[in-house]
Design a protein around this ligand. Sequence first.
Ligand code: NAD
Length: 243
Amino acid sequence: MLSGKVSLVTGASRGIGKAVAIKLASLGSDVAVVYHGNSEKAEETVRNIRESFGVKAIAYKADVSSYEETKELVKKIKEDFSHVDILVNNAGIVKDGLLAMMSEESFDSVIDTNLKGTFNMIRHVCPLMIRAKGGRIINISSVSAIIGNPGQANYSASKAGVIGLTKTAAKELAAKNITVNAVAPGFIKTDMTENIGEDNPLIQMIPLRRFGEVEEVAEAVAFLASSSYITGVVLKVDGGIAM
Ligand code: NAD
């Protein structure tokens, strides 16, 4: 379904990003696996993709919060793959704390990675998509952006910013046949949520009464990557928590 396409997935060494990279590869897409810290895990994802699906996959180290690094990153990916058809902005961090005690550093670093990082990637990739006369951009937001979450002022602000960015980008780029959508996961089992136990009272707030799996988010991303007439939406993958 996606053969001949090139996908760029940020934060793809683990968690949701890894599942997305694997899902897109399983549909035939080549994949640029962007990671920040763990090169061993990124190389493992790349090996897994190549061996399982026979597509091209390369790992790239970059900090999405850096405008210059992401510019260089996209230049390298263009040299290696020649084009980018699907961009998935998944890299993200949390630095939770109550608003009354939150440090400036916690606020700034979360905004820089989650929101500015998404801008940086779109900024450098969209000229390639405009020249190619088409593309799909999928940004990973969060239900925290929609319903708020105590302790996550920085995170929910960054992810709400991602929704605003998604909608404006969708309107600006529609004329170029580029769709831009967001996926808003609820509680998904990854390193990011490892401190929340399965016996947490939060479970009672989820109508489906369980945390989500990374593959369930990857399915939503793959759906938007394959859709041609959906743009500017925020697709919740949250077991019903934010309805
Ligand atoms: P994770 O912590 O397992 O993975 C995050 C990934 O982002 C890692 O690969 C990390 O290396 C990468 N990353 C972090 N900072 C980076 C930077 N500056 N440059 C490049 N890469 C960087 O988290 P996850 O749970 O897989 O989350 C993936 C995305 O989904 C995030 O944007 C997160 O906010 C969002 N999300 C997660 C949940 C959840 O419940 N897990 C819920 C809603 C939204």
